[in-house]
Design a protein around this ligand. Structure first.
Ligand code: KIV
Ligand code: ZN
Length: 561
């Protein structure tokens, strides 16, 4: 068996760099970031984003601070082409943001790509062809010289088309696809031919993007390959070395970090590591790793939950609960000894001193999160206590973030009152916190009506004991109720919505629905509202009102004003 494996898989050979410099270097500044969420990320989705989701993602990427965004593969489909047109024609591109478009090194695709860019102020045209032996031999059936010619012909055409479009400043990006599987001297030969054909100068640099199209070796090998290119490329002062790591071995972040030490200046990747197969390098992790080393990443993740919810909405992909910096559970300690150390660390931490709270590599506040300690109510249950009791005794299956939030409520109760909690105590706490609160806003009844294509609602509530009827319209009852409440001066956004039927049945034997709505109010943090009712719309409206009450003053700022 071991012999068979040795025949089937062989270790990637070392680069043979004996005087490598990168192990002694540290990262001292942010690279040029390029988000390919709308291209590499999008092409890997089960259901690619529609134009509206692409727009929402584009706007989020701009808000985060990306200045280069690969927005489409325009020659691949009408949707992709149309999205670039919409960005340009509807003037959605901020002055300091450069859009990037991808094309294969083929004449008709390059021409179509340029058509998509008409009217743009500036753009990066990203052209690629595969350079490694398996593509040369099996896929293209081309010699090395023919592969070089393919790249040079494409670049020459791009140069001609760019000259015909002087109103658009075109920057060239070239990727020798499967760079890490390509002989280094041949990768250099192709790249040098490209920069010569373009006429690269220090004022007109070419981006040479050196991808781990498939991650096939340890990160130190990628760093060696990048350092070799950094030291041997012609016209080095006229080139920006860019990284594009994929994550097949689970080491894309490490590969990017070491390759930055080795001389690269730019990184392409996706939020939360979306992308082909195991993904592109995760730009959030990479940026926040820099943040925790005292390097300003120049990307804003101070409200990481907002970015996460937009990402989940646009990609329809969940984020793993233990994903670095953002997962639902990364700022939650279950173990008593961890909780104790963290509590003491927080007490000792001074605002103006280096961060030193045990078990927390980053201050949760830096990413708009808070630390939660979660108790195990019933360790014998083997299922994490509170959530288990709520599900088995009361039929309420809580979303994970609500589990964390409610655990904090239970924790505060046990800290204040001590003692063990049973299932009834937990239900009373849950009910008092989410369902029967006597806080300022109370649900009375609602009436739905159609208004053209819109859904209208008249929502009868009590505000601080005074009856009101609020009206709103939206694309559904909940959206209409959100508008009605916002119109009455309550300031909040809905972050996520889930509804489930409750198992077992209610006491009367009838099925009931439970709705969970996660809400946010400016700097007031995030809170869940929960509603239970035989009618699903009523359950949802009660959940909205529960959430507004739980956000408290933060959601009532507008009313106070
Ligand atoms: O992974 C890759 O090599 C790519 C290229 C098109 C840059 O996505
Ligand atoms: Zn890729």
């Amino acid at each position: 068996m071991p012999q068979q494996i040795a025949r089937k898989y062989t270790a990637f050979p070392p680069v043979g760099l004996t005087d490598r410099q990168w192990p002694n270097r540290v990262i001292t500044q942010a690279p040029i970031w390029m988000s390919t969420d709308l291209r590499d990320g999008n092409q890997a989705l089960f259901e690619p984003m529609n134009a509206d989701k692409k727009m929402q993602m584009f706007q989020t990427l701009c808000q985060i601070g990306f200045k280069q965004i690969e927005v489409a593969f325009p020659s691949a489909s009408e949707t992709e082409f149309g999205f670039v047109r919409r960005l340009i024609e509807e003037k959605h591109i901020p002055d300091d943001v450069t859009i990037e478009v991808l094309t294969q090194a083929r004449e008709h695709l390059i021409r179509r790509t340029f058509e998509s860019l008409k009217g743009a102020r500036q753009a990066i045209v990203h052209v690629y062809n595969a350079t490694c032996p398996s593509f040369r031999d099996f896929v293209f059936g081309m010699s090395k010289a023919e592969v070089v010619k393919m790249a040079v012909d494409a670049v020459t055409l791009i140069k001609t088309l760019a000259a015909e479009m002087p109103e658009t400043k075109i920057t060239l990006e070239y990727s020798p696809e499967l760079f890490t599987a390509t002989e280094l001297d041949f990768a250099k030969e192709v790249c040098d031919a490209v920069t010569a054909a373009w006429g690269a100068t220090p004022d007109n640099k070419v981006i040479l993007n050196l991808p781990t199209t498939v991650e096939i070796a340890t990160p130190n090998i990628y760093a060696d390959q990048i350092e070799w290119m950094h030291r041997h490329l012609a016209r080095r002062d006229s080139v920006i070395i860019s990284l594009h790591p994929h994550n097949d071995r689970g080491t894309a972040v490490a590969a990017a970090e070491l390759a930055l030490m080795a001389g690269a200046e730019r990184v392409e990747g996706c939020l939360f590591g979306n992308g082909e197969r195991t993904g592109n390098v995760d730009l959030v992790t990479l940026a926040l790793n820099m943040h925790t080393q005292g390097v300003d990443p120049q990307l804003d993740f101070s409200d990481i939950n907002a970015v996460a919810r937009t990402y989940e909405h646009c990609t329809q992909l969940p984020i793993h609960p233990r994903h670095p910096y953002v997962g639902d559970l990364v700022f939650t300690a279950f173990s008593g000894s961890h909780q104790d150390a963290i509590k003491k660390g927080f007490a000792a931490q001074k605002a103006d001193e280096p961060w030193a709270v045990p078990y927390l590599p980053v201050d949760p506040a830096d990413v708009g999160r808070s630390y939660d300690s979660v108790i195990r109510v019933n360790s014998q249950s083997g299922k994490g206590g509170i959530a288990y009791l709520m599900e088995t005794e009361y039929g309420v299956v809580m979303p994970r973030r609500l589990q964390v939030e409610f655990s904090g409520v239970v924790q505060r109760h046990t800290d204040a009152h001590g003692g063990e909690l049973g299932a009834t105590d937990i239900w009373e706490l849950f009910s008092g916190e989410f369902l029967t609160s006597t806080a300022g806003l109370r649900y009375r009844e609602h009436h739905l009506f159609e208004h053209g294509d819109a859904q209208g609602i008249r929502l009868a509530v009590e505000i601080d004991g005074v009856p009101h009827v609020l009206s709103g319209e939206g694309n559904g009852p909940i959206n209409a109720a959100v508008h009605a409440l916002q119109g009455a001066g309550f300031a909040f956004q809905v972050r996520s919505y889930e509804e489930r039927s409750m198992v077992p049945m209610g006491d009367d034997g009838n099925a009931r629905a439970v709705a969970f709505i996660e809400m946010n109010a400016g700097n007031g943090g995030e809170r869940y509202g929960v509603g239970i009712d035989a009618n699903i719309v009523s359950a949802s409206l009660k959940a909205l009102i529960s959430g507004v009450n739980r956000l408290g003053a933060a959601a009532r700022l507008d009313r106070a004003a």
